[in-house]
Write a protein that binds this ligand. Sequence first.
Ligand code: UD1
Length: 426
Amino acid sequence: MERFRVVGGASLHGEVTVVGAKNSALKLMAAALLASGRTRLTNMPAILDVTIMAELLRRLGCEVDYEADAGVVEIDVPQVIGHRADYDLVRALRASISVLGPLVARCGEADVAVPGGDAIGSRGLDLHAAGLEALGATVHVTHGYLIAEAPNGLHGGEIRLDFPSVGATENVLMAAVLARGTTVLTNAAREPEIVDIAAMLTGMGARIRGAGTSVIEIEGVTELAPTQHAVVADRIAAGTWAFAAATTRGDVEVVGGVADHLGIALDHLSGAGATVTTTDRGFRVSTGGARLRAFDVATLPYPGFPTDLQPFALAYNAVADGSAMITENLFEARFRTVQELARLGAEARVDGHHVMLHGVEQLSGAPVEASDIRAGAALVIAGLVAEGVTTVSGAHHIDRGYAGFAAAMQGLGADVTREPDDAPYL
Ligand code: UD1
């Protein structure tokens, strides 16, 4: 077990590169199952989750080559594939639920272990199930497995999601492309990752209209072909660096970042006094060394403020000028960062799904613990604006979302290193 050691008093300056989005890459790997033959994905992130997804696909009978340094995954899908995703892998990677739609579409049956609760609140699968049922599958849970069956194939259907769930939208999309007839999915999620999957599926021969809007129309085809696809840029990693620059009163160019995918978050930062500009290679956030103003945040489905950036809004407002209220609307219990920030001296109070913060000039270094990917990265950033040394335990959480996080921080001038979790503090 390792932790990050962060020396406080840093201001980040320079450039950092973001690659393909974790939350798209894993789903694109699942989408590859829809066609036999060799699919090639590029701009893939070098993270453990991709390794786990590769293992899951291998167990289904695929050959998978993952060149992490080159950012390339090649998946060779046989004519006949397995249809069971085991608990050990689903447990390690909740996103493996995204094989549900492709498997039921390809095999007429999918048995996917039900993921346990994770560190960011309970997350149901009812919308996934209702979506597949509307396409003619029967869905039930037996012995810890979600079993979806459609022995005679899927048919098109009209589906109105109660909530624009990202995962449910993806599963319905990946099932409907091979269903007989037309599917209309209303109140669909609009995230750039949905647009990315739709683009890949279209490259495979699928007929999809409206991805990126609330209504997606899918005309089923009988067969898809393998393809090549470059993963969309990781907007959450890009947003992490935007907040890191703003929180540390720095100046950072995010190479590969797409400002349009971060509209509301970047608007907040410029409203608070940062200068945000798009560049030839991405975008840049500069503060001129000034302490920025506090701002309120309410998380919402895209294009609202992303829940995955909420921990960064907490770290930012912990040291911003003024008071702020952060409201979490997507996940319950996603405020574990707050108690750790309080250990660093943040003035924060949780009330239900709101957090009230009053910015202090500087935090004070201490040992803290990462509870998930984003909370961990946010705590490292908080450590940069703390006096003295902060250690963030649970480095493996951060590794799941950011390849080479310490090296990237060092490239921006910060003293961030890794050390064994049981090293003496200081
Ligand atoms: C994805 C992202 C995650 C991000 C989230 C919201 C991946 C691997 N993860 O997660 O990082 O935080 O989008 O942007 O892409 N819900 C139900 N029933 C369902 C499905 C969802 O009640 O069948 C609820 C969940 O409990 C949650 C909300 O809907 O409260 C959002 O979930 P969803 O949009 O599905 O997120 P994920 O796809 O799980």
